[in-house]
Design a protein around this ligand. Sequence first.
Ligand SMILES: *Cc1c(COP(=O)(O)O)cnc(C)c1O
Length: 428
Amino acid sequence: MNDDHRRRVPRTDTVLADARLEPALATLGRARVKEIVVAAQERARAGEIAPEAVADEAVAALPPTAASMRPVVNATGVLLHTNLGRAPLSAAAQDALVSAAGTTDVELDLATGGRGRRGAGALSALAAAVPDAGGVHVTNNGAAALILAATALAAGREIVIARGEMVEIGDGFRLPDLLESTGARLREVGTTNRVHRADYADAVGPDTGMILKVHPSNFVVTGFTSSVPAGSLAGLGVPVVSDIGSGLLAPHPLLPDEPDAATELRAGADLVTASGDKLLGGPQAGLLLGDADLVHRLRRHSLARALRVDKLTLAALEATLRGPEPPVRAMLSMAIDRLRSRAASVAERIGAPAEAIECVAQVGGGGAPGVELPSAGVALPVDLASRLRGGADPVVARVEQGRCVLDLRSVPPEADERVVAAVRAVLA
Ligand SMILES: *Cc1c(COP(=O)(O)O)cnc(C)c1O
């Protein structure tokens, strides 16, 4: 390459001053943007691009944001989609999370200057939401809550559990394996379809650390079945732990078969474990509620330190508990008439070939298996499903009966406009 060509390659500072790189300096940092500029200069010096094209090349090479996770619209009709991050946070919870992201008094008592109880606000909000719980604790996720209970109460001892409740929770993870990883031994009782109180009573002995009830949250067994509610297992002389999974703190009128923490505790369960990012509508977290002494034992167990939640989770959880109805609960209870009129409006704004349709949504994500939620949405030609996923503002649809269905029950109403724009963009 001749010297003249090399001399025409702009200097790094000159390129960095290009206005188009300015937002990236804020999101990616000067060092990262500089690397991208230097790479473009190298290409110019190697003769691969014109010296005048260095700034254009650098702008084109910028990643859109510093994080590769992208916001998407969930139009699958599965309200709690694990692959899409489960419950979307309320605006209040998002704000709380952002303000906790800096330096915060998560574990400092500002009045005394001494150590405070970590996440005291979130814990008291949780305790206030479930007055039947003598103690509360929060872990990283539901599985961690279960692991903590199993380790503290049953490591080296037995966990009595019904055969029909030995469930796989997704992505190949199985609760029995998880429980055995704590050093506890599983003592299975009953058969796949039936278990009775006497089965538990016969199995409980001096080596029993706890009885575990697991809500079969992602399947239903029908026909000749029987199971034993956690409450009827109280009085066998060992702690009864109930993994309700979904995180309902109180009964929900639309989900009569879904267990909730208050009812379980009132019936006699000693400890309830649940997830924060399912029907509670909050951040990923594990909730432990119940007997004050048991919760205290769990909280002081050394494993608790490894399962500790961060300040962002605590902030979002508190705001979810104290704030307005979280999006997933609004989606769950949205009236079908409202969904129909949203579907008609979205279909009309898209125009042909969109067609407003009735469909069926589900709770998903380990909650209310078999519950069909009447819904409405928009049907499109099937090939749009992948094109919508690949769009600039990705929309994840459901493919059903040879069509691409956009189910609006899992879409917050304020995102309808994004759906319309995304479809129009791929149809254009
Ligand atoms: C979802 C679920 C879990 C796991 O909870 P995570 O928060 O995903 O770790 C455990 N048990 C039951 C019954 C569940 O539904």
